[in-house]
Design a protein around this ligand. Sequence first.
Ligand code: SF4
Length: 164
Amino acid sequence: MGKRWVATINLETLEVKTDPYFRFKCLDNCGECCEMLEIPLRDEDIARIEGLGYNAWEFVDYEKLFYRGDKFLGYALKKRAFDDACIFLDPETKRCRIYPYRPLACRLYPFVFVRKGKEMEVYVRMDSFCPGINHPEGEPVTREFLLREYGDIIGKYRAKVLNE
Ligand code: SF4
């Protein structure tokens, strides 16, 4: 799996440079990423899903730990034994049962945000299992796309930059 640059957003001005040759369209109910990925959970993800009435032991896999270097990042979202898919994926419809409340890592996929000073670089994981990557009906990662899909996340980073 390689990573490819697709856009850079200036967090002060919200100007965006975009790779016009890259296109993306999530096919929503394909569910490949729900089977292929291991998803790290942040404390906020766990609290939000618990707010729906689930107990953490039902969806947190305490045996899978994520680290960046020696920094503990979190535990993994549980997968089920019979198909190795996320426990929240409906096996028939291939839809996520908690879609509006899904973890941040699921929202971001297949994109990776890397903040460098006043800019945020956006990369895409070139996973061969994701049919949305370079889909013919896809759209480039423009300012409109980024603000529509990730406006809340960009807003938080922007607030930090403007207060520095
Ligand atoms: S694998 Fe790609 S196209 Fe399929 S649901 Fe996940 S992000 Fe969307």
